[in-house]
Design a protein around this ligand. Structure first.
Ligand code: NAD
Length: 486
C-alpha cells in the first residue's frame, strides 16, 4: 500500500507494516505502512506548496472537481461498499448507507460559493466601509477512525478543499483500503498536485501531523482518550482543532411508546454495525411500566438478529474489528456477570462453523447492574446493551446527564410534552425522538458534548465551512482627494 503525495503514489519510509485483516474471515487484505515523520513532512510540504495557487482558483472552479467526484463515487458505489465490508466487517447494507452519507457531504460542499461568503457594512463612518472576508487556512490534517472508512473523511475533505485549503488525510491503519480507492478517484479528477494527500500510518504518523509547524488545522475522529490528546497537542502547537471522541449513548423508553416499533429501532441502533457506531444505543433506561414489555421485546429482537459475514445478504450483523476487540468486549461482559449482571441474551463465544477465524459476538443484553457500574459507563464499542430501570422521566434525565459522554441520547414516547422536555434538557450533541441513530444530515453539524467532543466548530455543513476558513475584517476609506492623487 502506498501513500499519495504531490499527485503520485509513493512508497512509505515505514519499516513496520500492519496486516489489514478481514474481520469476518481472518484473510489478509493488504498491509498498512506505518508512515514516519519523514513521510508526513513530504505530504505537508506538498500540500503547502499547492496552497498558494489552489486558494487563487475561483471557488466556482474548485467545486467543479467535487461535481465530477460525485458520479465517480456513484459509478463505483457497489465496489466501494464491498471494500468497506471486506475491511471493516459491517454488512453491505450498512456500507451502502455510509457511502450515501459520504456522497451527501460532497453534494453539500458544492455549496461553497455561497457558504464561504463574507458580509459588509457601508458607511460605518462617513465614507468608510467595513467588510468581513473568509479565507482558507492552508494545510489541514484529517485523521479518521476505523468504523466508517468512507464517511468520516468526507465529513471534512470536501469542505476543506472547496474552501481553498489543501489536505493530508490519515485513515485508520486498520481500514486503509477504502480511502486508497477514493484517492484513486481523486487522482483521476486532475486536481492540481498536492491539493489532496494520503499518508497511511498510526500513532507516530498522527503525532508528526500534530507537531508539524505547517499544519494549520486538525480534524480528528476517534476514541475520547486519543481525541483529548489530539486536541491538547494540536492546540499547544497553535493549530485550530476539532476532535470528536467516543460515546455511551442512552435511550429512554417511556410507557407510552409503541413497544414493538421502538424495540425494533433500539435493537437496530444497539446492534447495527455490531455496535461499533458512535451513535449506537448502549444503555436502555425504561421508565415505570415500560420495564417488562421492553425487556421482553428487546430480547426477542436481539435473539432474531442474524450474525455472520457482511457480504452475505441474509446477515444483519457482522463481526467486530479485531480479535483483541472481541476479547476486550467479552472480558467486560464476564466482569459484569461476576458483579451480578444477568445476561438475558448472551452473545459470547458464538459458534459460526463456516467462519472460524471471524471476530464474532452475537447481540448481548445485560440487566441488573446500576448505571454507575463499569459496564454501563465504559464505551464497549460492541453489540452490548445494558437495561436499567427508573420510576420517572426526572430520574431518567438525571441519568442521561450523569454520563461522561454526550454524543447522543434518544427518547421513545408518544408525548410531545415529554419529547420537548427531553430535547431541551438532554446535555448531548445529538437527540433522537423515536429515532435510534440521530445521525445529522450533511447540511447539519455533527455535534457532540462533554467527553465526546473537544473543540468549538463541528464537522459537516456550515460549521465545516467556518472551521476551514478564517475571517478577516477590512476597514476601507477612499477619500476623493486620495483617489485622484493615485
Ligand atoms: P482510535 O482513537 O483508536 O483511533 C483513531 C485514530 O487515531 C486512528 O487514525 C489512529 O491511527 C489514531 N491513533 C490511535 N491511537 C493514537 C495515539 N495514542 N496517538 C495518536 N493517534 C492515535 O479510534 P478507533 O478505534 O479507530 O475508532 C473507534 C472510536 O472512535 C470509538 O471510541 C468511537 O466512539 C469513536 N468515534 C467517534 C465518532 C464521533 O462522531 N464522535 C465517530 C466515529 C467513531
Amino acid at each position: 500500500m502506498h501513500n499519495y503525495i504531490e499527485g503520485e503514489w509513493r512508497s512509505s519510509s515505514a519499516t513496520e507494516l500492519l496486516p489489514v485483516i478481514n474481520p469476518a474471515t481472518g484473510e489478509e487484505l493488504g498491509r498498512t505502512p506505518m508512515s514516519r515523520g519523514a513521510d508526513v513532512d513530504q505530504a505537508v510540504r506538498a500540500a503547502a506548496a499547492a496552497f498558494p495557487a489552489w486558494r487563487r482558483v475561483p471557488v466556482t472552479d474548485r467545486v467543479q472537481y467535487l461535481f465530477r467526484l460525485k458520479p465517480l463515487l456513484e459509478d463505483q458505489f457497489e465496489d466501494l461498499a464491498r471494500t468497506i465490508t471486506l475491511e471493516c466487517g459491517k454488512t453491505l447494507v450498512e456500507s451502502r448507507g455510509e457511502l450515501r452519507r459520504a456522497i451527501e457531504n460532497v453534494e453539500v460542499a458544492c455549496g461553497a460559493p455561497t457558504m464561504i461568503q463574507g458580509y459588509n457594512s457601508e458607511d460605518i463612518a462617513v465614507g468608510i466601509d467595513e467588510t468581513m472576508i473568509r479565507q482558507p487556512l492552508g494545510v489541514c490534517a484529517i485523521i479518521a477512525p476505523f468504523n466508517f472508512p468512507a464517511m468520516i473523511p468526507f465529513w471534512f475533505l470536501p469542505y476543506a478543499i472547496a474552501a481553498g485549503n489543501t489536505v493530508v488525510v490519515k485513515p485508520s491503519e486498520r481500514v486503509p483500503l477504502t480511502m486508497e480507492r477514493v484517492f484513486r478517484m481523486l487522482d483521476s479528477l486532475g486536481l492540481p498536485k498536492g491539493v489532496v494527500n494520503l499518508v497511511h500510518g498510526g500513532r507516530e504518523t498522527v503525532d508528526a501531523l500534530l507537531d508539524h509547524p505547517t499544519v494549520r488545522a486538525v480534524s480528528f475522529v476517534g476514541s475520547s482518550a486519543v481525541a483529548r490528546h489530539v486536541y491538547a497537542r494540536a492546540a499547544v502547537n497553535g493549530k485550530r482543532v476539532q476532535a470528536q471522541g467516543g460515546a455511551k449513548n442512552p435511550v429512554v423508553l417511556l410507557p407510552d411508546a409503541d413497544v414493538s416499533a421502538s424495540a425494533e429501532i433500539v435493537a437496530d441502533s444497539a446492534f447495527g454495525c455490531a455496535g461499533q457506531r458512535c451513535l449506537a444505543a448502549a444503555v436502555a433506561i425504561t421508565v415505570g411500566d415500560a420495564a417488562k414489555p421492553f425487556s421482553e421485546a428487546l430480547q426477542e429482537k436481539a435473539q432474531q438478529r442474524v450474525t455472520g459475514n457482511g457480504l452475505d445478504a441474509r446477515v444483519q450483523m457482522g463481526p467486530v474489528i479485531t480479535p483483541e476487540s472481541r476479547t476486550r468486549i467479552e472480558t467486560i461482559i464476564d466482569r459484569a456477570i461476576a458483579q451480578g449482571a444477568r445476561a438475558v441474551v448472551d452473545g459470547r463465544h458464538p459458534s459460526l462453523p463456516d467462519l472460524p477465524r471471524g471476530n464474532f459476538i452475537r447481540p448481548t443484553i445485560l440487566e441488573g447492574l446500576p448505571l454507575s457500574s463499569e459496564i454501563a459507563r465504559t464505551e464497549i464499542f460492541g453489540p452490548v446493551l445494558t437495561l436499567h430501570h427508573v420510576d420517572d422521566l426526572d430520574a431518567a434525565l438525571a441519568l442521561v446527564n450523569s454520563g461522561a459522554y454526550g454524543n447522543q441520547a434518544s427518547l421513545f414516547t408518544s408525548s410531545g410534552a415529554n419529547a420537548r422536555r427531553f430535547r431541551y434538557e438532554a446535555e448531548v450533541g445529538n437527540v433522537g425522538i423515536n429515532v435510534g441513530v440521530a445521525a445529522p444530515m450533511a447540511f447539519f453539524p455533527f455535534s457532540g458534548a462533554r467527553e465526546s467532543f473537544f473543540g468549538d466548530l463541528h464537522g459537516q455543513g456550515r460549521d465545516a465551512f467556518e472551521f476551514y476558513t478564517q475571517t478577516k475584517v477590512v476597514v476601507e476609506r477612499w477619500p476623493k482627494a486620495w483617489t485622484r492623487k493615485f
